[in-house]
Design a protein around this ligand. Sequence first.
Ligand code: GDP
Length: 296
Amino acid sequence: MVLAELGGRISGAVRQMSNEIIIDDKVLNDCLNEITRALIQSDVQFSIVCDMQKNIKKIVKLNDVAAGHDKRKIIKQAIFGELCRILNPGKASFTPRKGKTSVVMFVGLQGSGKTTTCTKYAHFHQKKGWRPALVCTDTFRAGAFDQLKQNAAKAKIPFYGSYTESDPVRIAVEGVERLKKENCDLIIVDTSGRHKQEAALFEEMRQLSEATKPDLVIFIMDSSIGQAAFDQARAFNQSVAVGAVIVTKLDGHAKGGGALSAVAATKSPVVFVGTGEHMDEFQVFDVEPFVKRLLG
Ligand code: GDP
């Protein structure tokens, strides 16, 4: 189920509830069950959806609503609040500050859109007056350095990498040091990925994080991975302290629900979303407008 379809079903369920003449527990249950089904079919983890349903029922006590109060409005507000709560882990992500050098490390599986997103993130900040730079530490995938180099050159962003050095930690440390000397204030470290979650990958991420001491680690998640989102996000978060999530490929047939699971698994907010292959197809993610759109 694509994101627009999920939104359609949630808003449809709310509309159906609103159209009922009498709002009782059955009407509320029908509405919540339809939202639950829609979320599960959109790959949101089962336990997250169950908690959401329980919380809404706790907030909305139809028998206790005083005469004259709008039950429809109370239900709608509770649904809105709960969807926001799932997407809002309660802690803001580290935000780079101009004039102070920040190191941001990107992690994610191969094909998640990590390299593309590194450049988008650099380009986004460059437009706002930062001096970003890119470091390619992916010595695993042949062609990774050329890809980053080409992207960086296109966006006129300084970059660092090596065709000969095979130790990603060494490249990372040298790259960060060099780019700091060049007065870059936002140093973005692109890391290697694998097709699946592997111990070697997580060990490499741990070492890279230890060596470069990033101010922020961003987990890149392909929105089409579905139910795997929770486990994947949790696995990365166990090896490095993930502080933010970027969800990519939301322009495709993504179900989108994985984003909610990634937030739950890392207790970190989604900060941007990728909506295409192009450098500018990248948007700041804000919870409330997103949920408002979802509810129609
Ligand atoms: P990496 O292996 O994680 O570094 O992934 P890449 O950055 O090489 O991206 C893998 C593929 O996904 C490439 O073909 C990208 O152009 C594509 N891609 C990345 N982000 C997006 C996005 O937001 N939307 C779409 N449609 N494609 C994307």
